[in-house]
Design a binder for this molecule. Sequence first.
Ligand code: ZN
Ligand code: ZN
Length: 86
Amino acid sequence: MAFRAPLTHHHADDTLCPANHKHTSSGKPLHPDCPGRAYTKAVCSCGDWGKRDCGKGYVNECRRQHLANHAQGPKVLRDLLRLAAF
Ligand SMILES: [Zn+2]
Ligand SMILES: [Zn+2]
């Protein structure tokens, strides 16, 4: 089962800041309706994990680590396999 944890960007009032809200490299909004991005969020489809931070790179890194855990298989299963090896 593959899990997904898409990154989403949000304004300070929790509304979604969509991809068509362009920003300058320093983060200034170029779209007239955009108050600016306040934070980036990622929520995993496993329902057990989510991360919210103003640092986009940080959220992305946590997300990759979390998804890597899934790729190794559920911990319970690994423990079962370890027991079975005895
Ligand atoms: Zn926006
Ligand atoms: Zn997950």
